[in-house]
Ligand binder design. Sequence first.
Ligand code: NAD
Length: 430
Amino acid sequence: MNVCVIGTGYVGLVTGTVFADLGNEVICVDNVKKKIDMLKSGVMPIYEPGLRELVLRNVEEKRLSFTTSISKGVRNSKVVFIAVGTPPKANGESDLTAVEIAAKEIAQNMDDYKIIVNKSTVPVGTGNFVRNIIEKYKKNDCEFDVVSNPEFLKEGSAISDCLYPDRIVIGVPNHHVAMSLLELYAPLERPMLITDVESAELIKYASNAFLATKISFINFIANVCEKAGADVTLVAKGMGYDTRIGAHFLGAGLGYGGSCFPKDTLSLLCTAKKLGEDSTLLEAVIDINENRVPRFVKRISARLKPMKGKVIGVLGLAFKPNTDDLRDAKSLEIIKNLLKKKAIVRVYDPIALENAKPLLKGAVFCKNPYDLAKGTDALVVVTEWNEFKLLNLEKLRQSMRGCYLFDGRNIYTRERAERAGFKYICIGMR
Ligand code: NAD
């Protein structure tokens, strides 16, 4: 099938490449020329494990190409995916400007029947919004359908999530169009759910909001554990054995960040409010999450005060491991807080350092964790990269000035940290 993907970011580039790998002819479009030039010369604009090899192979086999021309992409394709960003506006609503622009450009370039698929995460009702734009701006009198096909991939494991999704949700206005999408996804042999467009749009928000709720719930329990003398890792383990609850998303920590959960929970909140529905539950989820960093920084300050001149080493900047994405990363919030308190902040991340440089003026960028630890009063774990889990804690401790280890992701045990000479402060334990 000939496929066009508009927006060559984390979602568009990965899904476009996977469609190509399944044998389709795929044109990926982006309006940032630098990105397209990088891709044309074999350089990935984002870090995602396994992506480069897959892109290069499919380009070489002529199933995958890159362009800045929507016209070229649309004219050559039957199915056109919209995978542009939908960031939050100041009031929390999703900003649909990029979706609107993409839809207009699709309309102006349609030359025969097209299936336009919203893969971006968009509020319920956006299918109609896109349909109306296309009706208004289309130059030729061609037929088209607008479909919702939300994406559930996770950065860091995006390729395998795309190849082996838990489910594929396809929200369609009629059964005829469903067949084309079923055909496109059939080689994956994964569960597919065909729904109306509105339900598909809401499935994405409901899923992300539910996962965010699980995280905020365990973080609330962590707060109780800290005061009650219990251990949240044991509490979570005990809860997770219950199959009705499940063990996933019960890791207490610094809260959810990244480009999806914060914006999607806010967007759903706005939708519910607009519809006149009580949103107390979601407000509490968001409040708990927003309190994670201030609470953590308070615990750091209580031990290190006065903070002025204290040297703090931050391990991990990406919003989660295996990605270079810093959108809504907890690290940025923590570091800005520490700098504001006049601490000297040294930082290290295995992949995201370059992306962080323009965002963290005033921080000292280090080559590796051992370099980071030199002369510090405290280390702070913010991202649970695997390479941090087996660090030589004795060696780190020896090059430090102080002895505090603040573990925002509970990747060490108290016993191991104390054996290395640290005073260990983690989440959800005294
Ligand atoms: P991104 O910012 O990485 O990529 C979006 C791309 O679209 C950018 O490269 C941008 O230059 C391009 N773009 C914007 N307007 C364009 C236009 N008019 N024409 C051509 N290109 C244009 O964003 P992302 O993380 O890939 O997310 C895209 C959507 O998918 C969002 O709605 C997001 O919520 C959703 N989503 C993201 C993830 C994730 O893990 N990142 C997972 C599931 C769903």
